[in-house]
Design a protein around this ligand. Structure first.
Ligand SMILES: C[S@@+](CC[C@H](N)C(=O)[O-])C[C@H]1O[C@@H](n2cnc3c(N)ncnc32)[C@H](O)[C@@H]1O
Length: 301
Protein backbone atom coordinates (compact mmCIF):
# COMPACT_ATOMS: atom_id res chain seq x y z
CA UNK A 1 0.00 0.00 0.00
CA UNK A 2 1.23 3.49 -0.86
CA UNK A 3 2.72 5.27 2.15
CA UNK A 4 2.58 9.05 2.51
CA UNK A 5 5.23 11.23 4.11
CA UNK A 6 2.89 11.82 7.04
CA UNK A 7 2.13 8.12 7.54
CA UNK A 8 5.83 7.28 7.40
CA UNK A 9 6.67 9.95 9.99
CA UNK A 10 3.95 8.57 12.29
CA UNK A 11 5.19 4.98 11.87
CA UNK A 12 8.78 5.94 12.65
CA UNK A 13 7.82 8.21 15.54
CA UNK A 14 6.12 5.22 17.17
CA UNK A 15 9.21 3.05 16.64
CA UNK A 16 11.52 5.67 18.12
CA UNK A 17 9.19 6.35 21.06
CA UNK A 18 9.12 2.65 21.94
CA UNK A 19 12.92 2.41 21.98
CA UNK A 20 13.86 4.33 25.16
CA UNK A 21 16.21 6.72 23.39
CA UNK A 22 17.69 9.95 24.69
CA UNK A 23 16.95 13.22 22.88
CA UNK A 24 19.49 15.95 23.52
CA UNK A 25 21.05 16.71 20.18
CA UNK A 26 18.92 19.40 18.64
CA UNK A 27 15.52 17.81 19.20
CA UNK A 28 13.76 16.73 22.36
CA UNK A 29 11.18 14.30 20.99
CA UNK A 30 10.79 11.34 18.62
CA UNK A 31 8.37 13.09 16.22
CA UNK A 32 10.88 15.79 15.30
CA UNK A 33 13.63 13.21 14.78
CA UNK A 34 11.39 11.01 12.64
CA UNK A 35 10.46 14.03 10.51
CA UNK A 36 14.11 15.06 10.08
CA UNK A 37 15.12 11.52 9.06
CA UNK A 38 12.23 11.26 6.57
CA UNK A 39 12.91 14.69 5.09
CA UNK A 40 16.61 13.87 4.82
CA UNK A 41 16.03 10.50 3.14
CA UNK A 42 13.45 11.97 0.76
CA UNK A 43 15.61 14.99 -0.12
CA UNK A 44 12.92 17.38 1.09
CA UNK A 45 13.44 20.76 2.73
CA UNK A 46 11.66 21.44 6.01
CA UNK A 47 10.10 24.56 4.49
CA UNK A 48 8.10 22.17 2.28
CA UNK A 49 6.13 21.00 5.32
CA UNK A 50 3.21 20.59 5.69
CA UNK A 51 2.43 20.85 1.96
CA UNK A 52 4.33 17.62 1.21
CA UNK A 53 2.74 15.48 3.96
CA UNK A 54 0.28 13.88 1.55
CA UNK A 55 2.94 12.94 -1.01
CA UNK A 56 3.52 9.26 -1.61
CA UNK A 57 7.01 8.05 -0.68
CA UNK A 58 8.84 5.73 -3.04
CA UNK A 59 10.18 2.37 -1.87
CA UNK A 60 13.85 3.33 -2.00
CA UNK A 61 13.22 6.22 0.40
CA UNK A 62 11.22 3.99 2.74
CA UNK A 63 14.03 1.42 2.88
CA UNK A 64 16.63 4.14 3.43
CA UNK A 65 14.83 5.85 6.28
CA UNK A 66 13.86 2.59 8.01
CA UNK A 67 17.56 1.63 7.97
CA UNK A 68 18.49 5.00 9.49
CA UNK A 69 15.94 4.54 12.26
CA UNK A 70 17.33 1.08 13.01
CA UNK A 71 20.81 2.57 13.38
CA UNK A 72 19.44 5.35 15.60
CA UNK A 73 17.91 2.67 17.84
CA UNK A 74 20.58 -0.05 17.74
CA UNK A 75 23.66 2.16 17.91
CA UNK A 76 22.13 5.02 19.93
CA UNK A 77 23.64 7.40 17.36
CA UNK A 78 22.41 11.00 17.46
CA UNK A 79 20.31 11.57 14.33
CA UNK A 80 22.67 14.33 13.18
CA UNK A 81 25.47 11.79 12.72
CA UNK A 82 23.15 9.77 10.46
CA UNK A 83 22.21 12.76 8.31
CA UNK A 84 25.56 14.55 8.72
CA UNK A 85 23.81 17.86 9.10
CA UNK A 86 22.54 20.15 11.85
CA UNK A 87 21.10 23.64 11.99
CA UNK A 88 22.53 26.24 14.36
CA UNK A 89 21.52 29.91 14.61
CA UNK A 90 19.51 29.41 11.42
CA UNK A 91 22.44 28.05 9.38
CA UNK A 92 23.11 24.51 8.21
CA UNK A 93 26.38 22.78 9.18
CA UNK A 94 28.11 19.60 8.13
CA UNK A 95 28.71 17.33 11.15
CA UNK A 96 30.18 13.91 11.78
CA UNK A 97 31.60 12.02 14.74
CA UNK A 98 34.74 14.17 14.81
CA UNK A 99 32.72 17.02 16.36
CA UNK A 100 29.97 17.61 18.87
CA UNK A 101 26.48 18.06 17.49
CA UNK A 102 25.79 21.84 17.62
CA UNK A 103 23.22 22.78 20.28
CA UNK A 104 24.62 25.64 22.34
CA UNK A 105 22.17 28.29 23.58
CA UNK A 106 24.85 30.79 22.52
CA UNK A 107 23.01 30.69 19.15
CA UNK A 108 20.42 33.04 20.66
CA UNK A 109 23.08 35.55 21.69
CA UNK A 110 24.62 35.50 18.23
CA UNK A 111 21.22 36.14 16.72
CA UNK A 112 20.94 39.24 18.94
CA UNK A 113 24.56 40.23 18.09
CA UNK A 114 25.31 39.83 21.82
CA UNK A 115 23.20 42.88 22.70
CA UNK A 116 23.07 44.44 25.21
CA UNK A 117 26.36 42.97 26.42
CA UNK A 118 28.64 43.84 23.54
CA UNK A 119 28.71 47.63 23.36
CA UNK A 120 30.76 48.21 20.27
CA UNK A 121 29.84 49.95 17.02
CA UNK A 122 31.99 47.56 15.05
CA UNK A 123 33.10 44.06 15.87
CA UNK A 124 36.40 43.58 14.09
CA UNK A 125 37.85 40.41 15.56
CA UNK A 126 36.21 37.35 17.14
CA UNK A 127 37.78 34.23 18.68
CA UNK A 128 35.86 30.98 19.29
CA UNK A 129 37.72 28.58 21.60
CA UNK A 130 36.80 24.90 21.16
CA UNK A 131 35.09 25.51 17.85
CA UNK A 132 34.29 21.90 16.89
CA UNK A 133 32.13 22.07 13.74
CA UNK A 134 32.80 25.83 13.70
CA UNK A 135 29.11 26.53 14.28
CA UNK A 136 29.59 29.37 16.80
CA UNK A 137 32.49 30.95 14.92
CA UNK A 138 30.72 30.77 11.56
CA UNK A 139 27.42 32.07 12.94
CA UNK A 140 29.41 34.98 14.45
CA UNK A 141 31.10 35.66 11.11
CA UNK A 142 27.67 35.77 9.46
CA UNK A 143 26.25 38.00 12.22
CA UNK A 144 29.20 40.42 12.02
CA UNK A 145 29.94 40.72 8.28
CA UNK A 146 32.97 42.96 8.83
CA UNK A 147 34.67 40.71 11.38
CA UNK A 148 37.68 38.45 11.04
CA UNK A 149 36.98 35.26 12.99
CA UNK A 150 39.46 32.75 14.40
CA UNK A 151 37.98 29.30 15.02
CA UNK A 152 40.32 27.51 17.46
CA UNK A 153 40.38 23.89 18.58
CA UNK A 154 42.94 21.47 20.00
CA UNK A 155 41.59 18.58 17.91
CA UNK A 156 43.01 18.24 14.37
CA UNK A 157 40.03 16.00 13.52
CA UNK A 158 37.55 18.65 14.62
CA UNK A 159 39.43 21.33 12.68
CA UNK A 160 38.98 19.35 9.47
CA UNK A 161 35.22 19.63 9.98
CA UNK A 162 35.57 23.32 10.88
CA UNK A 163 37.36 23.87 7.58
CA UNK A 164 34.64 22.05 5.62
CA UNK A 165 32.04 24.38 7.12
CA UNK A 166 34.14 27.53 6.59
CA UNK A 167 34.37 26.60 2.92
CA UNK A 168 30.68 25.69 2.62
CA UNK A 169 29.75 29.09 4.02
CA UNK A 170 32.28 30.79 1.73
CA UNK A 171 34.08 32.44 4.61
CA UNK A 172 37.68 31.55 3.79
CA UNK A 173 38.55 35.26 3.33
CA UNK A 174 37.49 36.18 6.87
CA UNK A 175 38.00 33.00 8.88
CA UNK A 176 40.84 30.74 10.00
CA UNK A 177 40.66 27.28 11.57
CA UNK A 178 43.44 27.52 14.17
CA UNK A 179 45.12 24.60 15.98
CA UNK A 180 45.21 25.83 19.57
CA UNK A 181 45.32 24.56 23.13
CA UNK A 182 43.02 27.24 24.59
CA UNK A 183 44.96 30.41 23.61
CA UNK A 184 48.29 28.81 22.59
CA UNK A 185 47.60 29.15 18.84
CA UNK A 186 46.79 32.87 19.01
CA UNK A 187 49.72 34.42 20.91
CA UNK A 188 49.70 38.22 21.07
CA UNK A 189 46.26 38.40 19.39
CA UNK A 190 43.49 40.58 20.82
CA UNK A 191 39.78 40.30 20.07
CA UNK A 192 36.59 42.31 20.55
CA UNK A 193 34.70 39.14 21.41
CA UNK A 194 35.90 35.81 22.79
CA UNK A 195 33.23 33.16 22.84
CA UNK A 196 33.52 29.56 23.95
CA UNK A 197 31.50 26.42 24.49
CA UNK A 198 34.40 24.40 25.93
CA UNK A 199 34.32 20.91 27.44
CA UNK A 200 32.69 21.23 30.88
CA UNK A 201 31.52 17.77 32.00
CA UNK A 202 33.02 16.50 35.27
CA UNK A 203 34.42 12.97 35.61
CA UNK A 204 31.43 11.97 37.77
CA UNK A 205 28.89 13.34 35.25
CA UNK A 206 30.66 11.55 32.40
CA UNK A 207 29.87 8.23 34.10
CA UNK A 208 26.14 9.04 34.02
CA UNK A 209 25.78 10.35 30.47
CA UNK A 210 23.21 8.71 28.17
CA UNK A 211 24.82 6.54 25.49
CA UNK A 212 24.04 9.10 22.75
CA UNK A 213 26.56 11.51 24.30
CA UNK A 214 29.23 8.82 24.35
CA UNK A 215 29.03 8.76 20.55
CA UNK A 216 30.50 12.28 20.60
CA UNK A 217 34.25 12.96 21.01
CA UNK A 218 35.18 12.68 24.67
CA UNK A 219 37.64 15.54 24.15
CA UNK A 220 34.65 17.79 23.58
CA UNK A 221 32.98 16.90 26.86
CA UNK A 222 35.29 15.72 29.68
CA UNK A 223 36.91 18.48 31.71
CA UNK A 224 38.31 17.18 34.98
CA UNK A 225 37.11 16.65 38.51
CA UNK A 226 34.76 19.64 38.61
CA UNK A 227 34.29 20.18 34.86
CA UNK A 228 36.26 23.42 34.97
CA UNK A 229 39.72 22.43 33.68
CA UNK A 230 39.42 24.39 30.43
CA UNK A 231 37.20 27.17 31.82
CA UNK A 232 39.81 28.04 34.48
CA UNK A 233 42.42 28.46 31.78
CA UNK A 234 40.12 30.65 29.68
CA UNK A 235 39.39 32.84 32.72
CA UNK A 236 43.07 33.21 33.64
CA UNK A 237 44.22 34.08 30.11
CA UNK A 238 41.31 35.92 28.48
CA UNK A 239 42.28 39.40 29.68
CA UNK A 240 45.52 39.28 27.67
CA UNK A 241 43.51 38.54 24.50
CA UNK A 242 40.63 41.02 24.81
CA UNK A 243 40.40 44.62 23.65
CA UNK A 244 39.56 47.11 26.44
CA UNK A 245 35.87 47.21 25.42
CA UNK A 246 35.79 43.47 24.72
CA UNK A 247 33.52 40.75 26.01
CA UNK A 248 34.05 37.15 27.14
CA UNK A 249 31.11 34.73 26.73
CA UNK A 250 31.45 31.16 28.00
CA UNK A 251 29.05 28.22 28.33
CA UNK A 252 29.65 25.99 31.35
CA UNK A 253 26.28 24.21 31.55
CA UNK A 254 25.66 22.44 34.83
CA UNK A 255 29.15 23.41 36.03
CA UNK A 256 27.68 26.87 36.77
CA UNK A 257 27.38 25.98 40.47
CA UNK A 258 30.97 24.74 40.72
CA UNK A 259 32.23 27.84 38.93
CA UNK A 260 30.34 30.27 41.17
CA UNK A 261 31.73 28.43 44.23
CA UNK A 262 35.28 28.42 42.88
CA UNK A 263 35.24 32.18 42.15
CA UNK A 264 32.94 33.74 44.80
CA UNK A 265 34.26 37.28 44.21
CA UNK A 266 33.83 37.30 40.43
CA UNK A 267 30.55 38.90 39.24
CA UNK A 268 29.58 36.41 36.53
CA UNK A 269 26.38 37.49 34.76
CA UNK A 270 24.34 34.35 34.02
CA UNK A 271 22.10 34.70 30.99
CA UNK A 272 18.49 33.65 30.41
CA UNK A 273 17.45 32.01 27.15
CA UNK A 274 14.08 32.06 25.43
CA UNK A 275 14.50 28.66 23.76
CA UNK A 276 16.05 26.72 26.63
CA UNK A 277 19.50 25.98 27.94
CA UNK A 278 21.55 27.96 30.42
CA UNK A 279 24.87 27.99 32.23
CA UNK A 280 26.28 30.77 30.02
CA UNK A 281 28.05 33.74 31.59
CA UNK A 282 29.43 37.02 30.30
CA UNK A 283 32.29 39.05 31.74
CA UNK A 284 33.58 42.31 30.33
CA UNK A 285 37.26 42.97 29.72
CA UNK A 286 37.09 45.57 32.51
CA UNK A 287 35.78 42.94 34.94
CA UNK A 288 38.60 40.58 33.95
CA UNK A 289 41.09 43.34 34.78
CA UNK A 290 39.39 44.15 38.08
CA UNK A 291 39.35 40.50 39.19
CA UNK A 292 42.71 39.53 37.71
CA UNK A 293 44.10 38.21 41.00
CA UNK A 294 41.10 35.99 41.74
CA UNK A 295 41.03 34.66 38.17
CA UNK A 296 44.74 33.84 38.27
CA UNK A 297 44.37 32.21 41.70
CA UNK A 298 41.59 30.01 40.30
CA UNK A 299 44.21 28.13 38.30
CA UNK A 300 45.90 26.97 41.48
CA UNK A 301 43.00 25.13 43.05
C1 LIG B 1 31.68 21.24 23.82
S1 LIG B 1 32.61 21.10 22.31
C2 LIG B 1 31.96 22.54 21.48
C3 LIG B 1 32.03 22.50 20.00
C4 LIG B 1 31.33 23.68 19.32
N1 LIG B 1 31.88 24.96 19.75
C5 LIG B 1 29.83 23.65 19.58
O1 LIG B 1 29.33 24.52 20.32
O2 LIG B 1 29.15 22.76 19.05
C6 LIG B 1 34.21 21.57 22.87
C7 LIG B 1 35.32 21.63 21.85
O3 LIG B 1 36.51 22.05 22.55
C8 LIG B 1 37.61 21.38 22.01
N2 LIG B 1 38.68 21.38 23.04
C9 LIG B 1 38.89 20.52 24.06
N3 LIG B 1 39.97 20.87 24.77
C10 LIG B 1 40.47 21.99 24.18
C11 LIG B 1 41.59 22.82 24.45
N4 LIG B 1 42.43 22.57 25.48
N5 LIG B 1 41.83 23.87 23.64
C12 LIG B 1 41.00 24.13 22.59
N6 LIG B 1 39.92 23.38 22.28
C13 LIG B 1 39.65 22.32 23.07
C14 LIG B 1 37.09 20.00 21.65
O4 LIG B 1 37.91 19.40 20.67
C15 LIG B 1 35.67 20.34 21.17
O5 LIG B 1 35.67 20.53 19.77
Amino acid sequence: MALTIEALIIELTEQLAAADLFYGHGSDNPADEAAELVFFAAGLRHEQAPACYGDVVDDAVISKVRALVQRRINERLPAAYLTQRMWFAGHEFYVDERVLVPRSPIAELIHAQFEPWLQLNRVRRVLDIGTGSGCIAIACALAFPEAQVDAADISPDALQVTQINIERHQLTQRMRAVPSDVFSGVPDQRYDLIVSNPPYVSHAEMDDLPTEYLREPELGLRAGVDGLDIVRRILAEAEAHLQPQGLLVVEVGDSEVALAEAYPAVPFVWLDFEYGGGGVFVLTAAQLVEHRAALAAGMAR
